[in-house]
Structures are given as C-alpha cells and as structure tokens.
Design a protein around this ligand. Structure first.
Ligand code: UGA
Length: 426
C-alpha cells in the first residue's frame, strides 16, 4: 500500500518506519526543518532500533519525506494523521493541528479514500471530521486506530502489540486496515469509532490508576512497616490484576498519562459526570515528589543552600523526553526552598534550567551533595558503585525514589553509621 503520514514526530515516525518495514511505501510529511533533519538521518528522539530501521527503509526506497501534504497524499491508499493533540489550559484537547490538516484537505478538495486517525482525540472527533470532509464533497472514510506505544520500546510495541484496534464503519475500511497491518501477529478488535477513541483514553487512565494505586498502598506500607514490593508482588500475581504498572515510586510522568487523564476528566464534565477515580489518580501522582521532599527537609532542618544530587532527568529510563517529568516538579520545589540541584542523566543533555547544574557522571552528582535522589531507574544507576557514591557525599542521605537498590547493597550501605537510606513504601 502507499501510505502518507502527516506528522513525523514520535508516533508518526515510529509508524512510518514500522509500516515501511512491513513492506508499504510510506511518505512522512512534516515541517521543513523536521524533514531536513530526517533527510540528514538526524533523529531528535532517542528510541531503540528506530535509527537503524529508518536508514534501511530509506535506502530501500520505502520511506520518503516531504513537506507538502497534498502533493504527498495524491494517489495514496490512505492518509494517516499523527499530529500532536496537547492539552489546553482549560483541560480540553487542542485539536488545532488536526484542524490544520483538515483545512488543507478542504482547500485541495481531495483526500485519499481512507483517513486513519492515529492522534489521540476526544470521543466524536473522527465522526465530525468525516462529516465535514463529506459535506465538502470529499469522498473518504475516517477510521480511528489508536497507538499503544511506550517510549523506549515503541518499535517493539508497534511490531508486537497486545492488540490492534480499528474503529471504522465499513468493510472496505476494515479490509484496508487489515492489509496495512498484515504481517503483525496480534488480535484485532474492530469496533465503532467512538468506542475506539475511548479505548485509548481508558487504557491510559487505567494504567495511571494502577500506578497511583500502588503509590497509595505504598504510603500505607510505610505507616505499618510493610514492604510495597512484596505487597505488589502478591497482588499482581493474581491474573485478574496482573503484575504490570504496580511499581511504586515518585509517580508517572511523560506527555501521555496526565494529558489523557485531563482530557477524559474534561470530557466527563462536558456530559455532567465527575470522574472521581481519575481525580484521585492525578492527585496521588501530584503528591509524590512533595511527599519525598518533606521527608528530606525533615532530616535537613533548614534546606536553604543545601545541594541535592539528582540521578535521572527524563520521565523514565530509555528515553530523552522530559515532558511532565517528575524532575521538573522537583526542580520547582528546590527553587522555592533555595536548594541547589546538581543533575545527571545518561541521555538528556544541555537542559538549561535555573538553579540546575548538569554534570557528566553519577559520581559528580554525589560529590559534595547533601543528599542524592534517584528519579529514574536507568540500569546503569542500579550497577553504580554505591559505596563510593555515598563516600563522596557531604551528607549521606540517599532517597531511592524507584526502589532500585538491592537488599544486599542497602545492607552494606547502612552498616556505615552516617548513611540514611530512604526508599518508597517500606
Ligand atoms: C504510555 C502507555 O504505556 C502507552 O501504552 C501509550 O501508548 C503512551 O503512554 C501514549 O499514550 O502515547 P509512555 O508514556 O511512553 O507510554 O510510558 P510508560 O512506560 O507507560 O510510563 C509512564 C510513566 O509511568 C513513567 O514515568 C514511568 O516511570 C511510570 N511508571 C510506570 C511507574 O511509576 N510505575 C510503573 O509501574 C510503571
């Protein structure tokens, strides 16, 4: 098939590269500077396998880049929309990029026979888009095909998904979507568009809720000297619950969970429904960093002028994305308290933030620090020489925000009398 994808950001680029790998001819469309970077094989996102696959598909002529949507989609079998849908200040999804695509199609008066919406959009958006295209005399069908990609394992998630969802209304659209994903071995759910749109929001909301649930129980563990890791191991062993997304820590970050939760809450409000489970999920998440900081400040007494070493800047390991990262909340609080931040991340570099000094290694983070906090569970942080790390510190307080240190290592550290180790939920 010939596919045009508008939006060569995270979702669009991964889809483009993976669809080319499946044998389709894909043209990814974006702004001039994005296309220029991609043509120079320069990737701003850090995603395992993506670069190699991109280079191979381009050399095989299966992946092209363009800046003109109408030219690039002429003769294509389908147009996939993968543009950003950020949250506006009022909590609603900002659909201006989707509207801009629609405006170009209206102006051209033509469009491929199938439009596949990949962007996460509020329920009813695809219905509206199809109606307005058809009202303008453009014969096309809009289908919703949500993405369930995790940053850091997006290529794997695309090629080996748990499920693929098609929200579409005709057999022709379903047949085309099946052809598009031919070669991927996964169950396919075909449903109406509105349900498909809601599947995306509900999935992210449920995952966020699992994390906040684990974090809430971790507070109970702390009060009763139980161990959250053991509690969640026992809880997650029940197949009805499952072991994933029950890791307590400093809460979820990233561009998706908070945004989608907000958007779902706003959709609920629009029909007069409050969604208290989601409100509690967001609130528990917002409290994680302040709660950890309270513990640190209780130990320090006066925080002003202290130096906090931070390990991990991105919102999770295996990505360089800092959007909605717990790090940003931490820095804001440190700024308020007059605490200096010295941070290290294996892939995030040159982040310019007031009150933050970025250093080149974990050891530089701990040198002279009055406490060190682990924000993300990069494997190299687990492997660090922690005995040396604490020796380098001015005040030996270690906040293990992701519970990454092994019991053996903790036992070694706390035999040194001035080491204070603060994990989560135990
Ligand atoms: C998430 C979903 O997992 C994807 O299915 C979805 O497609 C994507 O959002 C999206 O809507 O685009 P992502 O944000 O890349 O993917 O990252 P996750 O691996 O889900 O992690 C999100 C956050 O939750 C991270 O900050 C992570 O540290 C945190 N987390 C995750 C926990 O605190 N505990 C856990 O047990 C799992």
């Amino acid at each position: 098939m010939r596919i045009t994808i508008i939006g060569a950001g995270y979702v669009g680029l991964v889809a483009a590269v993976c669809l080319a790998k499946l044998g389709h001819i894909v043209t990814a469309v974006d702004r001039e500077h994005v296309v220029q970077d991609l043509q120079d094989n320069h990737l701003s996102i850090w995603e395992s396998n993506l670069f190699d696959m991109l280079v191979i598909s381009r050399s095989e002529g299966k992946l092209l880049f363009a800046t003109d949507l109408i030219q690039a989609s002429a003769g294509a079998d389908a147009l996939m929309i993968a543009v950003g849908t950020p949250t506006r200040e009022d909590g609603q999804s900002d659909l201006s990029q989707v509207e801009h695509v629609a405006a170009q199609l209206f102006a051209a008066g033509s469009c491929p026979p199938l439009v596949i919406m990949k962007s996460t959009v509020p329920v009813g958006t695809c219905d509206k888009l199809e109606q307005s295209l058809q009202a303008a005399g453009i014969r096309t069908e809009v289908a919703f095909n949500p993405e369930f990609l995790r940053q850091g394992s997006a290529v794997k998630d695309f090629m080996h998904p748990d499920r693929i969802v098609f929200g579409c209304h005709s057999r022709q659209a379903e047949a085309k979507l099946r052809q598009l994903y031919h070669g991927i071995d996964a169950p396919i759910q075909v449903c109406d568009r509105r349900s498909a749109e809601l599947i995306k929001y509900a999935s992210n909301a449920f995952l966020a809720m699992k994390i906040s649930f684990a974090n809430m129980i971790s507070d109970v563990c702390e009060g009763y000297e139980a161990d959250i890791r053991q509690v969640m191991e026992g809880v997650g062993a029940d197949r009805r619950i499952g072991p994933h997304f029950l890791q307590a820590g400093l809460g979820y970050g990233g561009s998706c969970f908070s945004k989608d939760l907000q958007s779902l809450l706003t959709s609920g409000k629009a029909i007069g429904r409050s969604l208290p489970l989601l409100e509690a999920t967001a609130q528990i998440n917002e409290e994680r960093i302040p709660q950890m900081m309270d513990k640190l400040i209780a130990l320090w007494g006066n925080p002003r002028g202290k130096r906090l070493g931070v390990l991990g800047i991105s919102f999770k390991p295996q990505t360089n994305d800092v959007r909605d990262a717990p790090f940003l909340t931490l820095v804001q609080l440190c700024h308020l308290y007059g605490i200096d931040v010295q941070a290290y991340d294996p892939v995030v570099q040159h982040l310019s933030m007031k009150g933050v000094t970025q250093v080149d290694s974990a050891f530089e983070v701990s040198a002279g620090a009055d406490a060190v906090i682990i924000l993300t569970e990069w494997p190299q942080f687990i492997e660090l020489n922690w005995v040396l790390m604490v020796q380098l510190m001015n005040q030996r307080i270690l906040l293990d925000g992701r519970n990454i240190l092994s019991d053996a290592m903790i036992a070694r550290l706390i035999t040194q009398e001035d080491v204070v180790y603060i994990p989560v939920g135990r």
